[in-house]
Structures are given as C-alpha cells and as structure tokens.
Write a protein that binds this ligand. Sequence first.
Ligand SMILES: Nc1ncnc2c1ncn2[C@@H]1O[C@H](COP(=O)(O)OP(=O)(O)OP(=O)(O)O)[C@@H](O)[C@H]1O
Length: 590
Amino acid sequence: MKKDKKKDNDLTIIFRHLIPELRPYTWRILGSLSITGLVIGADLFQPYCFKWLLDAATVTEKYPVILQCLLLLLGLAFVRTLFSYWEIYTRSRVGEAISAQYRRKTFEHVLHLPLATLHDMEESAFEHRIMHDCGEIGRVYVSSKFLPTIANIIQTMALTLLILVLSWQVGLVSILVFPIGWLISQRMARRSHTQVMQQRTLVEQGHAMLQEIFSCIREVRAVGNEAGEIRRWDNWLHRYGSVICRTTTQHQFVRLTLTHLIHWIGLCIVFGWGGWQLLQHQLTVGSLLALSLYIQQLYTTLTSILSGRIETGEVANSLEALAAVFRLPREWPDQGEHTRKEGPGKLEFAQVSFSYKNGAEKIQNISFTSDPEQMSGIVGPTGSGKSTLMNLCMRFYEPTSGKIFLDGQDIAEIAPHALRQQIGLVSQDIQLWNTTIRENLVYGLHCDVTWEHVLEVCQRTCVHEFVQRLPEGYETVVGSRGIKLSGGEKQRIALARTLLRNPTILLLDEATSALDSLTETAIMKTLLQEWGKKNRILVAHRLATVQEADQIIVIENGKIVEMDAPQILCHQNGLYAKLYHTQQLVTQKR
Ligand SMILES: Nc1ncnc2c1ncn2[C@@H]1O[C@H](COP(=O)(O)OP(=O)(O)OP(=O)(O)O)[C@@H](O)[C@H]1O
C-alpha cells in the first residue's frame, strides 16, 4: 500500500487518525479511567500506610497503630486486586470495541472497492489490515498502551506532588531524570518506526507466500517442488528472524536500560539525600520509606510512559496503513442510479476501448448490439479480450473510451449494484463457498424462491442429475472453493445459481466448457427454449456451443474482425471459418 512521501510524526498520526475514532467511546473510556483512578488511589495510599506504621514503631511507639496499619494494608491489597480485575476488564472491552469498529469499517470499505483496485493489491494485504492492524489499534494499543499511559500520566502527577510534599529537594532532583529519558525514547521511537515498517513488509510477504503456496499445492506436488518451496520459506524465515531479533533487542535494551538505570539513579538520590536528612533529624524513617516507595512507583510509571512512547511506531504504521485503505475510492454507492426499473435487456457496445492499468489497449473500438430474445456468441483466439468484454458489461472495469448502453441508458449512470441485479454472469473461474450445495445455490438471492423452483432450475441445468447420486444430496458440503466437485459439476451449480436470480441478460463465459457433449446439449436446449426470452451472450472456444446463436462476434487482438450469423460466417473465408474447419477436422480425426 502506498504511503505519503512526507512522513508524519507518529504522535501526529495518532492524534489525527485515532483520537477522532475514540469519540463514540468517550463514556466507556471515562468509566475505565475512573476505575483506574481507584487503583491509582490504592497505590498512592500504600506508602503512606507504611510511613504511619514505621513512625508508630520508631517515633510514637504505639503498637495498636501498627496493627491498624497492617489491617489497612491487607484490606487495601484485596480492594486493589478487585479494582485491577475490573480495570483490566473495562480496558479490554474498550480496546476490543475499537478493534471491532475498525474491522467492520475496513471490511465494509474493502468489500466496496472496485475489482480493478482489488486485483492490483496483494490478496493477503487486506486480510492483514483487517486482522492484524485493526487488532493492533484496539486490543494492543488502546487497551494496553493508550489508556494505561493516560492513567500513568495522572499517577505521575499525583506522585510528584506527594514526593514534593514529603521532601521537595528529593522530589526536584528525582524528577530531573524524566527529560533525559524522554529524549532517549523520542530518538528510539523514530528508529522503531522504520524497523516496524520493515517488519510489517516482511510479515505481509510471508502471509502472501503461504497463501500462494497452499493455493497452488497441487502444482507444488505435481512437479515435486516441495524442497524448492521449503528453501523459499527458509529464506523468508531467515530475513524475518534477523529483523525481529534486531528490533526486539533494541526495544528490550532501551526498556531495561531505562527501567534499571532510572530506578537505580532514583534510589541512590533518595537514600543519599534522604539518609543525610535523616541524620539531620529533618526526616523520619517512615517518611524515608514512603519517599523511596513513591520514587519506585514514579519511575515505574515513567518507564511505562517512555516505553509506550517508543512503541507508538507500531500503531502509527497500522493507522497509516488503514488510512491508505480508506483513501481508496469505492465503487458503490457513490456512482450511478441505485435502483432501476427492469427493461427488456438490450445491450449495446458503442466504440468501446479499454486497457488495463498502464497497459496496451486490450479492447479496441468495439461496437455491437445484443437484443432481448437473442443469443450472441463471442469467439476468438485465447487472450483476444472476450472475458474482458464480459467484465466491462458488469462494470468490473470502466471503458477507457466509448459507452455501453443497457436499454438505451449508459451503464456508467447505473450503480453497479443495480446493474448487476439485471445481468447474470457465469465466469470461467467458478468460486463456490465451503458450504452445502443448497446454500451455494441460493447464495445472494434477493427474492424469495420456493424449493420447488430451485429443484426445477436444478433439473434444467443438470444439477439434480448428479446431486441425487450424492449420499447427502443438496446438503453435501462442497469443500473450499468447491474442491470436492468436478469442474463440470461446479459449472452446473454456477449456472443454476445465476439462473435462479432470473437476470434479464445472461453472460456465460466458457460456462459449459467442462461439460460432456450430452450435458452441454441438454443445457443449451434449456437456454434456447426455457430462457429464450432473455438476452444471452455466450463466450465459447468450442464452436458447437454457439452454433445455434443468432449472431457470432469474432474477436481478434481486442478488435471485432467478423460479425454475422454462424451459418453465414462458416462459408466465408475468415477467422470463424478457419476455427470452424479446424475444430471439425479435429473431431473427425478423433
Ligand atoms: N487483470 C488484468 N490485468 C492486466 N491484463 C489483463 C488482466 N486480465 C486480462 N488481461 C489481459 O487482457 C488480454 C485479454 O484477456 P481476456 O481474459 O479478456 O482474454 P480471453 O479472450 O477471454 O482469453 P481466453 O479465451 O484465454 O479466456 C490478455 O492479454 C490478458 O493477458
């Protein structure tokens, strides 16, 4: 995902992108912080109890006070434990709610991105945004860093005040350590931002690689390249390992150094100065103990603030990555008319040209009309642009020039959502959901259909024929992407699924290529007779599939080279006749 050239400071990124998103959770955050306030209160009270206890033992020598202080401390410990549980719970709830809000928003946005945008991206990138980055923001950052940091800042201020009250000289000197720590952490935060970026890129590459290997597992097995893939994976592991090792070492080093160094320096100051004040009888033993406990607490909160500061790089990266996703323009509902009255389904291409991003023109100046009740066949050599034409009809891509009209209306003025309710596409690459055949058949149906109607369509598309032989019939689970079905079975389900939506225009892109001739003939008969009122456009390599078509459009290198009825074209000396005779020859030889 592209990033802006000018880099913002990570705190600026957090303020710009995260804070506005927290607004709906203001009350929940305030509730969580109030509980944190109770925990802080208990922490602040504890050293004072010890001071009273020690002063009672060394100065006033009152044993009952010691017992009272001990009871108070034990009570405080139990109450604090309860408050802490409640605090962690409310904080996690806020964090999870924010993650869920980001996940919902990102998922919804990605679902509405144009196909062209989705195809340009690494498939796993969006998955990573939704699963990792959204979790990073809410669960990791807000619940365990952002809210604790606010609490730590409040606690730091209270502690500073208490220390100053107990001994202002010790207080002032011990606070001086903070600016030094802040400077170190600012520097580390900048470096960490870059390292986190490297880490993120590597993680995404790893995800993409795994996804690719597992989706191509048949090919890996077929060519026996398991060793090659293991080498590729090892290579990634090696690169990832060294980046993680470097980042973790630096993080841990800074965190430990800050924690130990600051603690030690702080304690030396307290006991050095405090000891001297004790000798001068300006401080009691109880006050010295309370001071040292407060200083310990102060430095613990300070180091949490500082290490939290170093780790802001990670969440800033996630926020920036999500902001980049949100900047990608949506396909719908911003464009075109949302609802549309159904027409007869006349489709007209008027001088349409198209090129994929930064590429040569794959469709050049194409004009043709396909009328209702007509069957048009599109044929041509592989790579000539037939599927691209289908994609343009569906508005998966926009023509670079020219227009496509549906019943006289430019499809650029119709919202893709409304357009696609009228056009049914069965594409070459059939995707089935990993669920039952029944659920696959009715997937995405907007209108109510009876099971009898589903069965009727299944019979016409020869689905019923193979499903009834399956032990679990329509309740058979088809596996991931329909892996448990044959290519022809998948095609039949896809065809039935499209016909159930009852579109006005049917686009069949090699939709029967995997069927045996008998099944294909039966389905073509249905298309000709039962669905004869629809505008049907068939892309086919096998010319027998389109021999009953009213017109054939022959495409070569993105241009229409011939267009007429098949009976006429096969007697001309063009590309269609050449393809036709070659296929006949091959069939005769067999
Ligand atoms: N998403 C894409 N990005 C860039 N180029 C593409 C994309 N999809 C297809 N192409 C290119 O566009 C050209 C036309 O492809 P298209 O799939 O439309 O051909 P086709 O006639 O349907 O081929 P086939 O008969 O093999 O299915 C090809 O050169 C192909 O490489």
